[in-house]
Design a protein around this ligand. Structure first.
Ligand SMILES: Nc1nc2c(ncn2[C@@H]2O[C@H](COP(=O)(O)OP(=O)(O)OP(=O)(O)O)[C@@H](O)[C@H]2O)c(=O)[nH]1
Ligand SMILES: [Mg+2]
Length: 207
């Protein structure tokens, strides 16, 4: 009997998108206290680390931004190639890094979704493993809406994302909704996005 070699499981780099200006909040969203303890930054970092083991990086605007957020030097960070270009820049830089690092894809989450659960990320990972060359994105339920910052992008789509970065709109949503991708349904409450001080109350529901 010939022993069949096991295919290595696909390698996924966890990327926490935290390079925004938080201009609507007026204070860094990453440093907001999370209801279950720590900050939005530490909470979302741990959430990602529990899915991507030790392969997690934080996507930031610059080295100064790392200092502003007091991110420990033990946590690897990637910096935008140009400032204030929006999240597509963070996605593009991370995909280039993953490709040169031998990873197969990146699992992205933003720092401002305090109710997202590890289980949601595991659902994305399972869907991606069925078809690792396709983008898989969270789709908010009721009303349906694609959430391009919660998803897994294979390294093969780096050129597609470069075109988004170079476009006038730089909108991942606009580009991805009309291009090939798979979706995983996640409830509106779990995808609750905190952008303004008003979004912080009433208290989040983590059940
Ligand atoms: N790397 C990187 N991440 C970004 C950039 N802009 C936004 N993000 C991240 O993408 C996610 C969604 O961004 P927004 O909701 O627009 O947050 P923001 O840009 O910090 O806030 P506003 O300034 O109010 O728009 C957040 O996790 C941000 O930290 C950017 O230019 N570079
Ligand atoms: Mg923004």
């Amino acid at each position: 009997m010939i022993a069949m070699p096991h295919a290595a499981p696909p390698r996924l780099l966890g990327v926490l998108l935290a390079g925004g200006l938080s201009s609507r909040m007026g204070t860094p969203k990453a440093l907001l206290p999370h209801p279950s303890g720590g900050t939005f930054l530490t909470h979302s970092l741990q959430r990602l680390q529990s899915v991507c083991a030790d392969e997690v990086v934080v996507s930031l605007a610059s080295e100064d931004h790392r200092e502003q957020l007091r991110l420990p030097s033990s946590v690897p960070a990637l910096f935008d190639a140009q400032p204030a270009m929006g999240p597509a820049m963070g996605v593009w830089v991370a995909l280039q890094h993953a490709a040169s690092n031998g990873d197969d894809g990146c699992l992205f989450t933003p720092v401002d979704l305090p109710n997202l659960l590890v289980d949601d990320l595991l659902t994305l990972v399972r869907a991606w493993r069925e078809s690792p060359r396709q983008i898989v994105l969270a789709q908010q339920e009721d009303p349906e809406r694609l959430q391009p910052l919660v998803g897994i992008y294979p390294v093969g789509c780096v050129q597609q994302i470069q075109r988004v970065v170079e476009s006038d709109h730089r909108s991942l949503y606009r580009s991805l909704r009309s291009n090939d991708h798979r979706t995983v349904a996640i409830s509106r409450e779990r995808l609750r996005n905190v952008n303004t001080p008003a979004d912080l109350g009433p208290p989040f529901d983590n059940t």
